[in-house]
Design a protein around this ligand. Sequence first.
Ligand code: ADP
Length: 481
Amino acid sequence: MKPGTSLNSRLVFSHLLVSLVSIIMISVFAGSAIFNAAIKDVENNLEDLAYSTSNALELPLYQYSMGQNDLPTINNILNRLLSKHPDVNYTLYKPDGTPILDNSGVLPAPATQNNDPEIWNALQSDLGEADQVRTGANGERMFFVAVRIQRENDLVAVLRLNTPLSSTFLAARNALGLLALVGLLVALSVSLFGWILATNISGPIQNLTKTAERLAGGDMSARVTPSGPQELHRLAEVFNTMAGRLQDHVDELRAFVANASHELRTPLTVVKLRTEALRNGAMEEPVVAEQFLEEIESEVDRLGRMVNDLLDLSRMEAGLISKKRSLINMGTIATEVYETFSSRAARAGLKLILDIEPDLPMMMGNEDQLRRVLYNFVDNAIKFTPRDGEIDVYLRSGRKGKTVRVLVKDTGPGITTEDLPHIFERFYRVEATRPRYGTTKGSGLGMAIAKSIVENHGGKIGVSSQVGKGSTFWAEIPTHT
Ligand code: ADP
């Protein structure tokens, strides 16, 4: 069958083929069995008749051979004995093959071995009986039976009975025709069954294909109604889950692009406005000009940081983050970060404390990436904690040395329960929704990056906070992933 043929026609064709082949085989075997059984039936009946008739003729024929009886009497006996069998013809032969009586009244030619083999065989056989199927004088297929008639040990005659097989053949043919008809009906029913089966399978597949086409065409809401056999039902469910995820991804991507362009546009607008102002006269006032130039510089810096962060984040989310791992000591990394920030913390009037557990286990990880997590935590803590506050950096071993926990606790403004679930989302900035927090010029990407890194290390990240008291950002990373 062609590879492009539909499931429906394949199943219908195969069911039809299988059933037709079996029906033909059954018909051939059953046909010959029916014909053989029918002929066997004729044979049994005719033999019984031949034996009973020959028994009845034994004495009259003996008497005839002794000259005590005549042929018309024997003929009458024969006619009486066979009166209930109008289809049966008889011929009586002398032991030398000379015919003496025939039901037609016309005697046939004397029996020869060629023309009347059953007579010859009956004379020769031990059983005294022989039969044969052959075409009779009238051109019809006939069944012939010949039996010897003996009185004591004396052979007195041979009786031959024959009957046409046409009615037998007709009955057998009718039975076979009926069988073929039933077979054909079975074949059609089986094909219908195949068609129903195929529709049951191909229907859901077609639905799936149509839905997949709609999805491919951009209709993200396209879903399929699960139907059909268990496996296809499951496939449809999995397909819908996949479509759902795809839709979520596309929505997320759209939101990301919208947020990114919005976030990029803000510093650009500031740069544009300040440049225009400078050109329109602010240049003439050195103090104002200096302030505007500083603003431009800081916005350009911010833009640069944001573009870098965005690039890093998209690389991480695309799975392009480096998977390089080495044996590292988080204590050393924390000390480096501490040193980086200590003077800035001091300038901001903040106490920065580093507390490392003495037996902190070494761990497998990417040093640069994990430094960045800690850097972002401490950077935020310093950024958001007001003067005279305190920032504590704790390093602890967790789960019997199987993880390392990093905690950065500050005495900053805290985060409301409303904002908490969103802190690790891209571009989320509390100050963007609540101006009283002031602008920190952050990109809103730092925590998203930290989350991506920690998750890439098989770890977990989180934050607990109380408004007015402070926040604790934490990450728990397995020592070996
Ligand atoms: P940003 O670049 O704005 O700091 P982050 O992703 O690092 O972006 O942080 C997201 C937001 O979470 C911040 O804008 C801020 O609103 C809030 N946040 C982060 N750290 C702290 C903290 N220590 N105290 C209070 N708010 C914080």
